[in-house]
Design a protein around this ligand. Structure first.
Ligand SMILES: CC(=O)SCCNC(=O)CCNC(=O)[C@H](O)C(C)(C)COP(=O)(O)OP(=O)(O)OC[C@H]1O[C@@H](n2cnc3c(N)ncnc32)[C@H](O)[C@@H]1OP(=O)(O)O
Ligand SMILES: O=C([O-])CC(=O)C(=O)O
Length: 372
């Protein structure tokens, strides 16, 4: 048996949800460029869960179901309030709160398709409320109830800030949610599938996936990008600092990808949005610095930016706290996790690979009192 490090190139399942072929990303056969320009996040959720786009009435039904399910159980709100909110990372809070949601869902362990679909709606709706409620609680403010007539993207901004977003802000948030919704067998989605392939419940699968997304090599990279931009702070300093990082063999966050070779097709949409939003905010340095860093990294290492790179300056320009960037990724990606979890249940087999053992050979057990 020979191990493939990091499972690179290993095809671990079939799936009808999303594909990356020749650097082109599709959701159910629809090019991500088309979806980003034209679709609402709610349409994308429907697409991922039903493998087809919704009719008008199906879409309005889903929107209503999401809005109706956004409120959190009192016990989960109380738990968020009891957390050491000033010290805790919002991804850790989200992971804990999603796990707690399972305790208050009477259908948590009901495995029928209908019950699983109802839980998917509840989770998709409530994750947005958890992230926004946590953010408000740590600012000493009360969580805000969603407005049923707002889009998912606008509701997220509204529950976060208490103000309905401007059109451009809603558009930016909707695009970010569409772009992050699914991505074939990325680490967190694989984690979710491994978990539920034991026939464990949806809450366990999503909790496990949140844990995997949190790491800086995956979803956690967007917060690290903003950390780097903040440290660099001016276009003039970008070249020297980034070249030094590369010389020191430090990873530049937001660059590189296991699957894409020519570049991540999602990055250009966020680059464009970053330009627009920084022009509006008057803080164009974040965009200009990002462009400069991209020039340096692509020329030195031929490593194109991934989805996390320009999302940092987009979220910053929307006034969002930097440690909420990865939770926003989760609010979108849960749609993909849920699609993959439902697909896994529909054609399940335990996921259990092998390890190439490289430890010592057979050893004789020595009782503790005889060990030198
Ligand atoms: C939503 C997402 O999850 S997108 C990815 C988000 N993560 C990041 O942006 C973190 C930075 N990027 C990385 O760490 C990697 O490119 C990953 C994790 C995305 C992909 O990792 P892998 O496919 O395992 O590539 P690996 O880490 O082995 O890198 C291959 C080579 O490229 C280099 N490299 C890869 N990414 C970077 C980077 N961002 N900066 C500098 N060098 C890099 C590695 O140092 C390595 O060089 P070497 O062969 O000289 O040792
Ligand atoms: O696919 C991956 O490995 C990481 C990624 O870009 C994503 O999850 O969106």
């Amino acid at each position: 048996m020979t191990a493939t490090r990091g499972l690179e190139g290993v095809v671990a399942t079939t799936s009808s949800i999303s594909s990356i072929i020749d650097d082109t990303l599709t959701y159910v056969g629809y090019n991500i460029d088309d979806l980003t320009e034209n679709a609402s996040f709610e349409e994308v959720i429907y697409l991922l869960w039903h493998l087809r786009l919704p009719t008008e009435s199906e879409l309005s039904e889903l929107k209503q179901q999401l809005a109706e399910n956004m409120s959190l159980p009192d016990e989960v709100l109380a738990q968020l309030k009891a957390m050491p909110v000033k010290d805790v990372h919002p991804m850790a809070a989200l992971r804990t709160a999603v796990s707690a949601l399972g305790l208050f869902d009477e259908e948590a362990d009901v495995m029928e398709d209908d019950a699983n679909y109802r839980k998917a709606i509840r989770l998709q709706a409530k994750m947005s409320s958890i992230v926004t409620a946590f953010s408000r609680i740590r600012q000493g403010k009360d969580p805000i109830a969603p407005k049923t007539d707002l889009s998912f993207a606008a509701n997220f901004m509204y529950m976060l800030t208490g103000e309905e977003p401007a059109d451009i802000q809603e558009e930016a948030m909707n695009k970010a949610l569409v772009l992050h919704a699914d991505h074939e067998l990325n680490a967190s989605t694989f984690t979710a599938r491994v978990c539920v392939a034991t026939l464990s419940d949806i809450y366990s699968g999503v909790t496990a996936a949140i844990g995997a997304l949190k790491g800086p090599l995956h979803g956690g990279a967007n917060e690290q990008v903003m950390k780097m931009l903040t440290e660099i702070d001016s276009v003039d300093k970008a070249e020297e600092i980034v070249r030094k990082k590369l010389e020191n063999k430090e990873k530049i966050m937001g660059f590189g990808h296991r699957v894409y070779r020519q570049g991540d097709p999602r990055a250009k949409h966020l680059r464009e949005m970053s330009k627009k939003l920084t022009e509006i905010s008057g803080e164009t340095k974040w965009y200009e610095m990002s462009i400069k860093i991209e020039e340096i990294v692509t020329s030195e290492k031929e490593l194109p930016p991934n989805v996390d790179f320009y999302s940092a300056s987009v979220y910053h320009s929307l006034g969002i706290d930097h440690d909420l960037f990865t939770p926003i990724f989760a609010v979108s990606r849960v749609s993909g996790w849920l699609a993959h979890i439902l697909e896994q249940y529909s054609n399940n087999r335990l996921i259990r690979p092998r390890a190439d053992y490289i430890g010592p050979g057979m050893q004789e057990y020595v009782p503790v009192e005889n060990r030198g």
